[in-house]
Design a binder for this molecule. Structure first.
Ligand code: CU
Length: 659
């Protein structure tokens, strides 16, 4: 009957287009090629396996049915020696295309991503340490060792002799009272184990202070909370005629939009070849969009936490840690899911079922006017939502892309999960960590995301500028004092394009076509609309500044280079800094009428609050990318009135429109 909570799935099992996501067969075949080449031994592991995307020329020249050379990048780690390498294989020609060692032992260092098995290994090493055991006993926690949770945490970079160039992880201890107890409300404050994952050695155990473990119940599951409220009446979303989108493999069409949905282990969701139809022409907007990096730097001075600065994509892999989404809970309505394929620690394929969710959402009013004689025209807004969620340790991140009927693209990051906290003396004051529950102090930190938009406004040749609204001094140009205007400043080189947002000037950034003009003779364009957010608050002298330099600006731009994908560099883990955007943009390349990539940094600065405990309601952040003279008029004039797409609204009293 109704299409309430129904779903269909794209399982990536065949390759019909060069930008299609990796299949399980391709990952298995790629691994076989490495085995045949003698590169896979007993202690070889695979921190990351990613597609090597074809050149834009190859994609442009592709016609349905053409042969496709499919390539994969395998990162190999010998866990016995710590030696790392990158290997590129072609699963089409079945050959090893390239193999080169990674110089992880030489400056500026950098380690491949963590393996899942290293989390368990770090915990085993920590718990086997006599110093750690002694610290637990000294704190009166000797009977809690079995249930203790030793969290595996990326170390940052602090140029300590025993760590530099090594594969290091730090562990902080939390207590559980039962095996299923949420540990995060029970930090064992001041107990830090520094571990060399290659040798298995405990480099050092720090054991400072004797703050009691908070006696709190941090559980939030239904069994702990008890009976759920019964006051909410049902809201049912029904789509009796099904969704308005059409899916063919990874290709999607919805209203004027066309795109290809991609997914990989590092960036998670990727949108490819996004176009908007204008008349009978599909006009390009984005060649590729993703959120390839984020950093979570902590603002605490304690030995327990000053070093925390997680790069959740570059150190942990957002896609490998992505969730399977559940119909009726994560996703309401008529859903199309995309399965995702990643590699496990051994380089074998793992399918994450229903990793990307796509559906339509009513979004209130798109446009409306009531004229003087009382006649009203109103049309409802609707959006296509394409999203996924990734869980990295204590935090959960949703990445939502919204396509609107008026040509707008919105990106929204949703941060939720468990706030990372330490213990303190109840009622005391800590300038870096508010007390969010008695004895539980959550350090200030930031979640700074970086979107990478390979823009293509009416083709590849684009230019960038900054638009500010500006007041004018009282005088001949502003005789009444009311006047203001706008400035449009070209950002013609990489150094000029390193910009901060300025809400006091309504600042936006314009990407315009070099090749096409609109009905009023101006270049066709889109605007990036930032939301107010802080940039990196750490000091320029800090190591995190060097490692997360991308987060010191809201905007960067580069001319397209296929090697420039990750804004903190390929291997930010334990990296000395300077990789990614600061390195690439040092050349100060021209950005005029070129194939532009823009990088936008956004995200919440989190001064935690009691309401964030024991689980945090979603914090939203993001931006809009909106047509500005891309189209000659409102592209949604032809929408039907009425919410369902059928004719007529319900005018007063009982609805008589027969639905
Ligand atoms: Cu936070």
């Amino acid at each position: 009957m109704s299409h309430q909570h129904t779903s269909t799935v794209t399982a990536p099992t065949e390759v019909r287009h060069p930008l299609d996501a990796l299949t399980a067969q391709e990952i298995a075949d790629g691994r076989d090629i490495l085995v045949a080449a003698g590169l896979v031994g007993e202690t070889t592991r695979f921190p990351s396996v990613l597609p090597v995307e074809p050149s834009k020329e190859a994609v442009a020249a592709f016609r349905d049915g053409d042969a496709i050379d499919r390539r994969l990048l395998f990162v190999l780690l010998d866990t016995a020696t710590g030696a790392s390498a990158e290997a590129i294989v072609s699963v089409t020609t079945r050959e090893l295309v390239d193999h080169r060692p990674l110089g992880t032992a030489e400056a500026p260092y950098g380690q491949p991503q963590y393996l899942f098995e290293e989390y368990a290994r770090a915990e085993e090493i920590a718990k086997a340490s006599p110093e750690w055991q002694a610290a637990m006993v000294r704190r009166g926690l000797g009977d809690r060792i079995e249930l203790a949770f030793c969290a595996p945490l990326a170390p940052g970079f602090h140029n300590r002799a025993e760590e530099t160039g090594r594969r290091v992880i730090r562990s902080l201890t939390f207590l559980r009272s039962t095996p299923t107890d949420s540990p995060w409300s029970h930090p064992v404050e001041g107990l830090i184990v520094h571990i060399d994952l290659t040798t298995g050695a405990v480099l050092r155990v720090e054991d400072d202070g004797d703050v009691p473990v908070p006696d709190l119940d941090g559980n939030y599951d239904a069994a702990t909370i008890g009976a759920a409220r019964t006051s909410l009446k049902p809201i049912e979303i029904t789509q009796p005629e099904g969704p308005s989108f059409r899916v063919d493999g990874q290709h999607v069409e919805w209203e004027n939009w066309k795109l290809r949905v991609g997914f990989n282990a590092r960036e998670g969701l990727v949108l490819n070849q996004v176009t908007f139809r204008d008349g009978d022409e599909d006009r390009s907007v984005l060649y590729r969009g993703s959120v390839p990096e984020m950093v979570v730097p902590y603002g605490d001075t304690t030995s327990t936490r000053f070093w925390i600065s997680y790069f959740d994509a570059g150190e942990y892999l957002l896609g490998k840690n992505a969730n399977t989404l559940t119909l009726g809970c994560d996703c309401l309505g008529v859903i199309h899911y995309f399965d995702g394929v990643v590699a496990d620690d051994h380089g074998n394929p793992v399918t994450i079922p229903q990793v990307v969710c796509m559906h339509e959402e009513d979004y209130g009013i798109l446009w409306k006017h009531t004229d003087l004689d009382g006649k009203t025209e109103v049309r409802r807004s609707r959006r296509l939502v394409i999203s996924y969620f990734s869980t990295i340790g204590n935090y959960d991140y949703g990445f939502f892309w919204y396509l609107y009927l008026d040509g707008t693209i919105q990106v929204e990051a949703k941060a939720t999960g468990i706030v990372f906290a330490g213990a303190g003396v109840p009622g005391s004051t800590d300038p870096h960590a508010p007390e969010i529950a008695p004895g539980l102090f959550a350090p200030v930190h930031q979640h700074l995301f970086c979107a990478r938009l390979d823009v293509a406004i009416d083709g590849d040749r684009n230019s960038l500028s900054e638009i500010d609204a500006v007041g004018i001094p009282m005088g001949p140009d502003n005789p009444h004092g009311n006047a203001f205007t706008w400035t449009n400043t070209p950002l013609a080189s990489e150094s000029e394009a390193q910009r901060l947002a300025d809400p006091s000037r309504a600042r936006v950034w314009e990407v315009r076509s070099a090749d096409r003009r609109n009905a009023v003779g101006a270049p066709t364009a889109y605007h990036l609309l930032p939301q107010p957010s802080a940039t990196l608050l750490a000091q320029p002298e800090s190591t995190v500044w060097g490692r997360a330099t991308f987060a010191t600006k809201h905007l960067w731009a580069t001319p397209f280079d296929p090697a420039e994908r990750f804004p903190a560099g390929d291997y930010p883990n334990a990296h000395a800094g300077g990789g990614g955007l600061p390195a690439w943009t040092a050349a100060d390349r021209s950005l005029e009428e070129t194939d532009l990539v823009i990088w936008h940094v956004f995200g919440p600065t989190h001064i935690p609050r009691p309401e964030d405990w024991p689980i945090m309601p979603v914090d939203y952040s993001g931006f809009h990318f909106k047509p500005y003279g891309f189209l000659d008029r409102n592209p949604a004039l032809d929408l039907p009135d009425g919410a369902t797409g059928r004719a007529s609204c319900c005018a007063g009293g009982e609805c008589s429109c027969g639905h």
